[in-house]
Ligand binder design. Structure first.
Ligand SMILES: NC(=O)c1ccc[n+]([C@@H]2O[C@H](COP(=O)([O-])OP(=O)(O)OC[C@H]3O[C@@H](n4cnc5c(N)ncnc54)[C@H](O)[C@@H]3O)[C@@H](O)[C@H]2O)c1
Length: 355
């Protein structure tokens, strides 16, 4: 049974703790949060110890794995500290506020031969898994383009949430939510090599970060992606479409306020008449339960720990997603297409030197 130290007992920490306790192969032994009440509330509900200092939590006896679910500014220090102490780490997305901040985590994990996985749970959603199967099975033929609209309308007081504070989060809707979409673009369509972006702040009274971002991406194989992520989308939307020569996939919903997950597979007819559509509906989780992606993501992490393989969204992979986000911010600032740095081709200090 793996012993887990969980750092950050907020919304996501609570979801992770529930999944870990139900997994049968790991237990949260200690919960660390700078807010003692948060630490206590979660720890007491799962019979774990509560603490405010994450260093002590990581160094406690019986800890093999560390989960970091704090606001983004506080991801990298506990992550690197845990890796240096020989623990495998699952850290929420984004790995850090910028590529340069994330590099130390990536390099420490690689040097120490430890798993550092970033929490990109969307890859494990039922409609995404099915889409991946279809694409890899060649059912769409060669891919052409992808189109996504993703967002919500915030809530009263949203401007006080840490994720809208540049220092705590590193960015706005693009880094906080759009990063999931860019990760799915990489996963399902291919590596973006160039990006053109326009980020704007229309409604919310945030001092620095954007509440909308519009992006065009080109992949290495010449496919295109068109994305809009928004915090002024007054009703929640998750709409993600991929088109190829032989058909298309339309993914909608992601449970909760976004509606149940649904996948439509459209098959283009040689006659060019109306495509035949097949609909896949997925049973939503019970109200207030997390969708199954969190469990599947945890299983992937544990499998990597047990076998010494790499999970999806390992450190260097997630660094590349962060590199796409960074290129988008640069593009918005410079008002032109920007090349995405290929961090896979960089080792040691090469990446740092390129930045
Ligand atoms: N995968 C997803 O779908 C998803 C969804 C939401 C959030 N997230 C990510 O999860 C992380 C946490 O988000 P959240 O919504 O749970 O936030 P939250 O505000 O609900 O919880 C964060 C917790 O961290 C604690 N904290 C702050 N600084 C700390 C520190 N230095 N040490 C220990 N604890 C500290 C806070 O007191 C709070 O209890 C973020 O990185 C966010 O981007 C992922």
């Amino acid at each position: 049974m793996f012993g887990v130290a969980l750092i950050g007992a907020g919304n996501v920490g609570r979801i992770r703790a529930g999944v870990i306790q139900a997994s049968g192969h790991a237990r949260v032994r200690i919960v660390a949060d700078v807010d003692p009440a948060q630490a206590h509330n979660l720890a007491s509900s799962i019979s774990a110890e509560a603490i405010t200092d994450w260093r002590t939590a990581i160094e406690s006896d019986g800890i093999d794995l560390v989960v970091v679910s704090t606001p983004t500014k506080f991801h990298i220090k506990p992550t690197v500290f845990a890796l240096q102490a020989g623990k495998h780490v699952l850290c929420e997305k984004p790995l850090a506020r910028s590529v340069i901040e994330a590099v130390e985590g990536c390099e420490t994990a690689e040097r120490r031969h430890l798993i550092l996985k970033t929490g990109f749970n969307y890859r494990y959603m039922a409609h995404v898994r099915k889409s991946k199967e279809f694409i890899d099975g060649g059912l769409l033929g060669p891919l052409y383009f992808l189109r996504c609209h993703y967002g919500h309308g915030g809530r009263p007081g949203y401007e006080k949430h840490w994720c809208t504070d540049q220092d705590l989060s590193g960015g706005g809707v693009l880094l906080e939510q759009g990063i999931h979409i860019l990760d799915l673009v990489r996963y399902l369509l291919g590596e973006p090599t160039q990006v053109l972006a326009q980020s704007s702040r229309y409604f919310w009274d945030f001092p620095e970060v954007e509440d909308n971002c519009f992006l065009l991406l080109k992949t290495v194989e010449g496919m295109s992606a068109q994305i809009h992520v928004s915090w002024t989308q007054w009703t929640n939307i998750f709409s993600f479409e991929i088109f190829g020569r032989d058909g298309y996939l339309r993914l909608t919903g992601r449970d909760g306020h976004y509606g149940p997950q649904k996948l439509v597979w459209g098959k283009r007819k040689a006659s060019h008449s109306r495509p035949e559509e097949q609909v896949f509906e997925f049973t939503p989780p019970e109200v207030s339960s997390p969708d199954d992606s969190w469990r599947r993501e945890w299983e992937d992490f544990i499998h990597a720990v047990q076998t010494g393989g790499q999970p999806m969204s390992h450190a260097r992979d997630s660094l590349q997603t962060l590199a796409v986000v960074e290129a988008a911010y640069q593009s918005s600032k410079q008002q032109k297409w920007v090349e995405v740095i290929d961090n896979f081709a960089c080792t040691g200090n090469m990446l740092v030197n390129k930045l």
